[in-house]
Design a protein around this ligand. Structure first.
Ligand SMILES: Cc1cc2nc3c(=O)[nH]c(=O)nc-3n(C[C@H](O)[C@H](O)[C@H](O)COP(=O)(O)O)c2cc1C
Length: 356
């Protein structure tokens, strides 16, 4: 019987329980992408609250990768020192920190290189700011930036990195037929649409070595007509396993605050994306993390024991209650207070309205 509070290994990473804080855009990039002291406070609260692994909110890997000006930039000189403080704060309480390597592609609004966002094909995701299809030499430059960012995170004390391949950002734009209309070796078949992810992964692996945890978050389904489907996802995960990925977090949806972060009104809504995670975990040996609507310890343990899911991850509940796991560990197994209202998406300091 798997239990939430089992100490386990997720690939090469030893963790103290099966509950992961899923990536949560923390808006801690100040006004210019430099990490602010609030990140350390946030990780201290989460780690002292019992979380085993904190996956950071997406952090930008290079020019034009950021959603907006408050997304932290790994490529700034200040990153190492500021991130180190936040990671050390988490380590003091035995939590591990995985940096989510992000590139928002056509959705990037902080254009600090050239004059347009990047994308697999010409797309206008931001009205009035059309993105242009990446040239092959630009793709090579971006995969090198993924690798360099991973190496920088490692030297700044991160316990691993996670490539953000879900939710309609750049890697997901390549994977998704909704965005990727290319006719070269980066478009068309799933092998081609996944090529950018594989090349970014390979570059990261080369830069950090075989023993460093490298994870990915990927869509099982885009939940959009004509989008990526479960079969494409399985094929991509099989290849990632062959290449040596350490853990795969299964999400879905192209629109983070709608399809990825859905309402959870009752226990029946919990684990609303688990079907994909259960399917992938039954087909491959890489540890699978399932995200989406987990709120109640007994329900979480039911899902853990239905198949081969190794860990579950939660986002919104920890915004509301950073000490949620300690509460559960102390024997109060009532559901998380989070009501999935999604108002945290709009909160400038990532506060939960229930706490105001
Ligand atoms: C405020 C907020 C910020 C988020 N930021 C990220 C992010 O940076 N990267 C990511 O992969 N997912 C992000 N997500 C999605 C969550 O990681 C998670 O996949 C989704 O909310 C479903 O989990 P939940 O029901 O436990 O909230 C965010 C969600 C919220 C509510």
């Amino acid at each position: 019987m798997k239990k939430i509070f089992d100490s386990i290994k997720l690939g090469q990473l030893s963790v103290k329980n099966r509950a992961v804080r899923s990536a949560t855009f923390e808006r801690n990039g100040g006004e210019n992408g430099v990490i602010t002291p609030r990140l350390k406070e946030r990780y201290e609260a989460l780690a002292s609250g019992g979380v085993g692994v904190i996956i950071t909110g997406m952090m930008g890997i290079g020019g034009n990768s950021c959603l907006n000006k408050v997304m932290p930039k790994i490529y700034l000189e200040e990153f190492t020192e500021k991130f180190k403080e936040a990671a050390e704060a988490a380590h003091k309480f035995g939590a591990k920190v995985i940096v989510q390597l992000g590139h928002c592609g056509a959705k990037s609004t902080d254009i600090d290189r050239g004059d347009h966002p990047y994308a697999p094909s010409d797309i206008e995701a931001i009205p009035g700011k059309p993105a242009k299809a990446l040239l092959k030499e630009e793709i090579r430059h971006l995969t090198a930036e993924f690798g360099a960012s991973a190496a920088k995170c490692r030297s700044a004390g991160a316990d691993g990195v996670q490539l953000h391949g879900a939710h309609g950002y750049l890697i997901s734009q390549f994977l998704s037929p909704c965005f990727n209309k290319r006719e070269d070796e980066y478009g068309g078949s799933v092998e081609n649409r996944a090529r950018f992810l594989f090349e970014a992964y390979d570059e990261v692996r080369t830069q950090v070595g075989p023993e460093y945890p490298v994870w990915v978050k990927i869509n099982y389904s885009d939940l959009a007509e004509g989008g990526l489907s479960g079969g494409d996802c399985l094929q991509t995960c099989r290849e990632l396993e062959r290449r040596g990925i350490d853990a795969i977090e299964i999400s879905s949806g192209l629109v983070p605050n709608q399809t990825a972060s859905q309402p959870v009104k009752s226990e029946d809504d919990e684990g609303y994306l688990a079907e994909g995670a259960l399917k992938i975990s039954s087909e491959i040996g890489t540890p699978i993390i399932s995200v989406g609507g987990y709120r109640t310890p007994s329900v979480i343990e039911d899902f853990l024991n239905k198949g081969n899911i190794e860990a579950i991850s939660l986002c919104r509940p920890f915004i509301c209650e950073p000490g949620l796991l300690n509460r559960w560990a102390a024997g109060d197994g009532t559901k998380a207070r989070c009501v999935s209202c999604n108002r945290c998406y709009l909160s400038p300091n990532l506060e939960c309205v229930l706490n105001q």
